[in-house]
Design a protein around this ligand. Structure first.
Ligand code: GTP
Length: 496
């Protein structure tokens, strides 16, 4: 009865992390999957057809995912697969649905999954939250939580000698809606429990924040806008929403920018001298990261176009992919972030020099060994600190720049000098800002692509970003190297 069709083809050679999407009919399961992983506009979910069979969707991010979207009437027996196969169950309940049926179904799956796989993560999305006023929302959320707990206690006390005590099951409740970023935040938290390398990524981001004076940094999956990891400072919703909006804007406008350097005619002209392939191929091998500071000479011939959209995983043919490679040591990863930003390195001449050095790291490696894709778009937007910004919505972002990622004059990081208020990003970013939040000091939000599907989004004091950009980019280069290595190890361990 299982339908093996999916949004993209299943690659049987990769061991995927499986997530089961359950809930009553019309609770919003397919909407969640489509909005997050297929870029469906929330309003379009209204037209989704009912799900009649289990549909498997694959999605490649830092780890390969397989999401099973189930029909509302599925049971443990008709699922067609043991629950031990799944790493997480996401159970979706319409927030207005306090009925017996939804709770019973959830409890049925909790009991079965606890017996088959006690380590499974059970996540309850109390969904369509935007439909209720704030007070009712909290009350219904509390009631659903309470009823599920009561039912589990009842079941445990009915047969104390028989089996496990279900009230100890770790349940995670989230308030969600496709119409705001609560869904992204909740699903990001689901994902965090599935990423084995999370501590290593967090170490990288902590190091980046410490060395770049950044108050907050996220590693985002570009397309789904889920964050895979963040630094140790607490996540506030306003900053998370701002990053989500900015990423959405970049996803919308980024494809309008084209690379002159990486354009096919230019690539063909430069390829013979550099030894680099004329066009990036998803299977082109990558190099291991440079361990020593690279030379300052910039060789623009090595700049590559981004990987093809479909190439969401590292090449298995890469010489860097020795099988069974362990994660880099945490100390080793944090050591990658050098040098820290200190007043002694703040002169603009130093910045320029280090920027060139950092930027040329990839050129150097590309010249001496098989190249990797060296095209990394970046963008930035400045958040206004002025008090009037809290009332004047459009002045919230005074400057926004989408660095032409592939301009012939850009660095390999895609940077061009100066922000451009006429950039298309300006209006969109301004309109999307949470109007209740202002940043106390001049702050810049930066975007740096790290892999074809992951990007670093960081808040930086504008003074640091404008005055010491070279050093910031230097640190981004090393974050990128660390993330790429973790990404490769994650996929390698799964036969990717
Ligand atoms: N207001 C609101 N409506 C939502 C939300 N998410 C989904 N919906 C709506 O809920 C309805 C059902 O959504 P589906 O995604 O088809 O629900 P489903 O659980 O997959 O339904 P079945 O396939 O029948 O099991 C659609 O009209 C959606 O537009 C939400 O966050 N808020």
């Amino acid at each position: 009865m299982v339908n093996y069709s999916s949004t993209s083809s299943l690659n049987d050679s990769v061991k995927r992390t499986k997530i089961l999407l359950l809930g009553l009919r019309r609770s919003g399961k397919t909407s969640i999957q489509q909005v997050l992983f297929n870029d469906l506009s929330p309003k379009q979910t209204f037209y989704l057809e009912p799900t009649m069979r289990v549909v498997k969707h694959v999605y490649d991010t830092l780890i390969p995912l397989e999401i099973w979207d189930c029909p509302g009437n599925i049971t443990v027996d008709t699922l067609g697969a043991p629950l031990s196969q799944f790493s997480s169950i996401v159970f979706v309940i319409d927030i207005r649905d306090l009925l017996h049926q939804a709770i019973s179904k959830l409890v049925e799956f909790i009991v079965a999954s606890y017996q088959q796989n006690p380590n499974i993560n059970i996540e309850v999305f109390v969904h369509k939250a935007e439909k209720l006023p704030e007070d009712d929302k909290i009350e219904n959320f509390r009631q659903i939580h309470e009823r599920v707990s009561d039912r589990l206690i009842d079941i445990s006390s009915d047969s104390p000698e028989e089996g496990p005590t279900y009230e100890q099951v770790q349940l995670n409740f989230h308030l969600t809606s496709v119409y705001d970023h609560s869904l992204h935040e909740a699903f990001s938290r689901v994902l965090h429990k599935l990423v084995d390398s999370l501590p290593y990524l967090e170490d990288l981001l902590n190091g980046f924040c410490a060395n770049s004076q950044s108050p907050k940094a996220f590693l985002f999956d570009i397309s789904s806008r889920l964050y895979i990891a963040t630094d140790a400072s607490p996540v506030d919703s306003a900053t998370h929403n701002l990053c989500c909006d900015y990423l959405g804007m970049i996803n919308a406008f980024g494809p309008l920018y084209r690379s002159k350097v990486a354009s096919p005619p230019r690539q063909q002209r430069i390829a013979p001298s550099s030894g680099a392939p004329s066009e990036h191929s998803p299977d082109s091998p990558s190099t291991s990261q440079p361990q020593t500071p690279p030379p300052t000479a910039v060789t623009p011939t090595a700049i590559h176009s981004p990987a093809e959209p479909g190439s969401r995983r590292p090449s298995a043919s890469s010489p860097a992919l020795a099988s069974g490679r362990p994660f880099p040591s945490r100390q080793g990863l944090s050591n990658l972030l050098r040098p820290p930003l200190t007043p002694s390195t703040s002169s603009s001449s130093n910045n320029t020099a280090v920027s060139s050095s950092a930027s040329s790291a990839h050129h150097h490696s590309a010249g001496s060994s098989p190249p990797k894709d060296l095209f990394y778009p970046s963008a930035s937007t400045t958040l206004s600190p002025t008090p009037s910004a809290s009332t004047n919505h459009s002045s919230k972002h005074t400057k926004a720049a989408l660095s032409n990622p592939t301009s012939g004059t850009s660095t390999p990081n895609g940077h061009r000098s100066g922000n451009h208020s006429s950039s298309p990003s300006n209006a969109t970013a301004s309109n999307n800002v949470n109007s209740s939040y202002t940043y106390p000091n001049a702050t810049t939000l930066t975007y740096h692509a790290l892999t074809p599907h992951l990007a670093l989004l960081a808040l930086l004091p504008s003074g640091v970003y404008e005055g010491r950009r070279g050093l910031v980019e230097w640190n981004v280069v090393w974050v990128r190297e660390g993330v790429r290595e973790i990404w490769e190890v994650e996929w390698e361990g799964r036969g990717g």
